[in-house]
Design a protein. Structure first.
Length: 143
């Protein structure tokens, strides 16, 4: 259990049964054995490219860290606008280049990353696309 009384283990099963079967949890979130049996310091950035579960991707991103992800996947910043950064990963990870919009939330400090269409070259256009064609200049002022 972690400090908030949630099932948690790093690099091993949080619950281990006598027959060898184990359940893997990371701060209360059920994890597949693929991730759970590996210590978080050794998690691989390329897993993000294969993972479809948004909650698992969020934990992978927060734990691996944005800097290491960009280094390991050889990301290049294409553009930026305010707290947003448009990033491109050309690694042979997918059929087409992976273009990501990264935003650091001003109120929480969390980093959010969303995949955008590969033809995006402007952070402002990517922000508009993500926000259903609302230009970022029309956003309410944040406090």
């Amino acid at each position: 259990m972690d400090s908030e009384n949630r099932l948690h283990a790093e690099g091993e099963a949080a619950i281990q049964f006598a027959d060898g079967y184990g359940l893997y949890y990371y701060h209360g979130v059920a994890f597949p054995e693929k991730y759970g049996k590996v210590h978080p310091n050794q998690w691989e950035a390329r897993w993000l490219l294969e993972e479809n579960n948004a909650e698992l991707r969020r934990i992978l991103i927060q734990t691996i860290g944005y800097i290491r992800i960009c280094e390991e996947l050889k990301a290049v910043e294409l553009d930026s606008f305010r707290e947003y950064h448009l990033i491109k990963i050309d690694a042979n990870a997918d059929l087409e280049p992976i273009v990501l919009l990264k935003m650091i939330c001003p109120s929480t400090g969390y980093t959010h990353v969303l995949r955008v269409p590969p033809e995006m070259e402007s952070a402002r256009k990517a922000i508009t696309w993500v926000n259903w064609d609302i230009d970022p200049e029309n956003f309410t002022v944040e406090s």
